[in-house]
Design a protein around this ligand. Structure first.
Ligand code: HPA
Ligand code: ZN
Length: 322
């Protein structure tokens, strides 16, 4: 029998990126939405990405099948079941409201559907949860502010805000105003930075947006002074190794800087990003890096400990989750 999976928290997970081809086709049939793929095999064959943008094009297109509260609840419940099976005890789930409201799906439909699945997750799957809404950085700052306004009636369901989508050319400072407004509302703050963008974007996310964690942060390794600061301030970096290979942020898994980042004293965690698209859930990411980078049980336990330290959990919740 397989050993029980190492208990861990997942902190970098886009719920829309958990849409498996089978569920995409089921929802397409349920909602009468046509898909430009004959079957799941043809869809899977399209998961061959040159960079972040080529992935995002398919990721946004496939969201067309998500229409009702039930669709969002089913999507989240399917993720939670898979995550729990791979040892996830706590999940901080990103969603992209603008990708849905732009298609005419109301904010409330999205957040209430996701919220329904998440509030049942403790009982159904033994997973505690938080919900983080991300602003699309290739949309305008005004659109992000309008989205924060739409979120106001639903803030009991939302723990924090993040920043995702096409990075290069959209520096964090573009979103200074909306992040300040989110902080005023008591929301926690994170941002993708240093996935494809330069180390300067990591610095800006910390200094201008006031984020508590950096999502990815790979390219911080190009800047020793920045690395020293991240170590000193114990800023968590939510790494996603299989994503980095699939989106060609690194050439191969063997080239991934995870071990170098651990050795530098950085507070790094391992996550799945968009597991339906990138070849695995968080346990698969652990398994892959452990094999290729030669991480032993103690190093894997250190990564799992980091994930609870970096989570937005209260102390008593953290003890229970571990
Ligand atoms: N990077 C930026 N935006 C995203 C990603 C990612 O890996 N996945 C979903 N939105
Ligand atoms: Zn991401």
């Amino acid at each position: 029998m397989a050993l029980p999976a190492l208990p861990k928290a997942e902190l970098h997970l886009h719920i829309e990126g958990t849409l498996e081809p089978e569920l995409a086709f089921a929802l397409a049939a349920r909602n009468g939405v046509p898909l430009p793929f004959a079957d799941t095999e043809e869809l899977r064959a399209a998961y061959d990405f040159a960079d972040l943008q080529s992935f995002l094009d398919l990721y946004y297109a496939l969201m067309a099948v998500l229409r009702t509260e039930q669709d969002f609840a089913d999507l989240a419940d399917a993720y939670l079941e898979r995550a729990a099976a791979q040892g996830v005890r706590h999940a901080e789930v990103f969603f992209d409201p603008q990708a849905h409201t732009a298609r005419g799906v109301p904010f409330g439909t999205v957040v209430e559907g996701l919220g329904r699945a998440l509030e049942g997750a403790e009982e159904r799957h033994g997973v505690s949860t938080r919900l983080i809404m991300c602003f699309l950085r290739d949309q305008s700052a005004e659109s992000a502010l309008a989205t924060l306004e739409e979120a106001r009636p639903h803030l009991d369901r939302i723990t924090g805000v993040g920043l995702d989508s096409a990075e290069v050319g959209h520096p964090p400072a573009k979103f200074a105003e909306v992040f300040a407004a989110a902080a005023e509302l008591g929301l926690r703050r994170v941002a993708h930075a240093g996935e494809e963008g330069p180390p300067e974007y990591v610095r800006e996310a910390l200094d201008v947006l006031g984020v508590e964690r950096i999502d990815h942060g790979l390219r911080a390794m190009e800047d020793p002074e920045l690395v020293a600061r991240l170590v000193r301030e114990r800023v968590p970096l939510t790494l996603c190794p299989l994503s980095n290979v699939r989106l060609r942020a690194v050439d191969t898994l063997a080239d991934h800087p995870l071990r170098a980042m651990m050795d530098a004293g950085l507070l790094v965690t391992v996550n799945s990003d968009d597991p339906a698209y990138f070849g695995g859930y968080v346990g698969d990411n652990f398994h892959a890096v452990a094999g290729v980078l030669g991480l032993g049980p103690e190093e894997q336990r250190a990564l799992a400990r980091n994930s609870f330290e970096a989570a937005f959990l209260e102390d008593d919740e953290e003890r229970r989750a571990r």
